[in-house]
Design a protein around this ligand. Structure first.
Ligand code: PLP
Length: 388
């Protein structure tokens, strides 16, 4: 196909739209990563990340995808055969479990229906039953990007405390960081796993671990083999603003800019903006007469909405029509949800008119693809957006 005019609508739940300010920052000339200018850049980025994670402690930055940051969380803190409590909230929880299994960890994987977040009562039950203290870590995906269900981390923390269990608390913040209220220190998370391409509004390529004192202590006796992911050399070199191996210099320029943007807007405003766009999207979905995959309103994700297709209709065929006609990318169904759902990403650098355009594309696509639905989803969303 030749040139397509106008800006592409990238409404998958990550990677997200990279704002112009960040694109311009990325395009600066690469500098010496062992020179003084770089050290200043690194210091600014670490300081900004602490504010985003809400921690005064250590943050580790990898040139990696989120999957690398998952691996780092496990290999730095655990030993072969250690038991980890994980929850089948969806595809990403399943993939993190697979990483743990491949590393030789034992996983108690609590089954789930991919329509809910983690049940804090089950966390308490499992940990209370573990009298021998065999469980070394509890790992939760905050915002399950495959389903659009966000776990209530404050409640999960309380459940761990009620059980009086010493397990490490690990959280995947990959599609929540910078979009959904997140409190590393207040919730006493030991390792928060993040990456660049979602709420941080960057291209893929940076993986993050925010690390507690307790996790650092655990890393001293953890026996899983690690080299690239080893926190020790990173933390040692980061103290002077440098890295043990070549960092993703230009992505760090972009990260400095995106952190400035988030802090200029104010995190509370960022979070309420995401909540508002999520509510408008759900109003559109309901007006279309379609079903939202997440069943618990308390767990509705502020950063994406997963829509269930009517029986006998293929979500990917609909997505294809929408992409070809309107140059709008929506998220595909992952794992066992393939073809059954599509996902609308409403996170990152986003505003009311971008959401209106996205929902228009979906509504026109539903019509063109012959999907049974009611018109009026866009109108319901606009009513909500213009009433506040
Ligand atoms: C919640 C969550 N965890 C982990 C990942 C894996 O990250 P990556 O694909 O960057 O390795 C993703 C990717 O979308 C995700 O959404």
């Amino acid at each position: 196909m030749g040139h397509i005019s106008g800006r592409h609508f990238l409404q998958i739940p990550g990677p997200t739209n990279v704002p112009d300010r960040v694109l311009r920052a990325l395009s600066q000339a690469t500098i010496d990563h062992r020179g003084p200018e770089f050290a200043q850049l690194a210091r600014e980025v670490f300081h900004g990340l602490q504010q985003i994670f809400k921690t005064t402690g250590t943050v580790v930055i990898y040139p990696s995808s989120g999957t690398g940051a998952w691996e780092a969380s496990l290999v730095n803190t655990l030993s072969p055969g250690d038991k980890v409590l994980m929850f089948e909230t969806g595809q990403f929880a399943t993939l993190w479990r697979n990483v743990a299994l491949k590393l030789g960890l034992e996983v108690d994987f609590v089954p789930g229906d991919w329509r809910h977040g983690v049940d804090p009562a089950v966390v308490e039950e499992k940990l209370s039953a573990d009298r021998a203290r065999k469980i070394k870590a509890v790992a939760v995906v905050h915002n399950e990007t495959s389903t659009g269900a966000a776990s209530r981390l404050g409640e999960v923390r309380k459940a761990i405390d009620r059980a009086g269990h010493p397990a490490l608390f690990m959280v995947d913040t990959i599609s929540s960081l910078g979009s959904i209220d997140y409190r590393h220190e207040e919730w006493r998370v030991d390792v928060s796993v993040g990456c660049s391409q979602k709420g941080l509004m960057l291209p893929p390529g940076i993986g993050l671990n925010a690390v507690s004192r307790k996790a650092l202590d655990a890393s001293k006796s953890a026996k899983l083999p690690r080299s690239y992911w080893d926190w020790e050399a990173m933390i040692r070199d980061n103290k002077t603003g440098f890295f043990p191996y070549t960092p993703a210099t230009n992505l760090l320029y972009g990260l400095r800019e995106s952190l400035r943007m988030l802090l200029e807007e104010g995190l509370d405003h960022v979070f309420s903006r995401h909540l508002r766009h999520a509510e408008a999207t759900r109003r559109a979905v309901r007006a279309w007469g379609l079903e939202i995959l997440c069943l618990n309103p308390e767990e509705y994700s502020p950063s994406l909405t997963t829509v269930v297709m009517p029986e006998g209709h293929d979500a990917d065929a609909l997505r294809k029509v929408i992409l070809e006609k309107f140059d709008l990318s929506l998220g595909t169904g992952l794992g066992k949800l393939k073809g059954k759902v599509f996902r609308i990403g409403h996170l990152g650098d986003f505003n009311d008119l971008m959401l209106a355009g996205t929902l228009c594309g979906v509504e026109m696509g539903l019509f063109l693809a012959g999907i049974p639905h009611s018109r009026g989803g866009v109108a319901a969303a606009l009513d909500f957006l213009s009433s506040r």
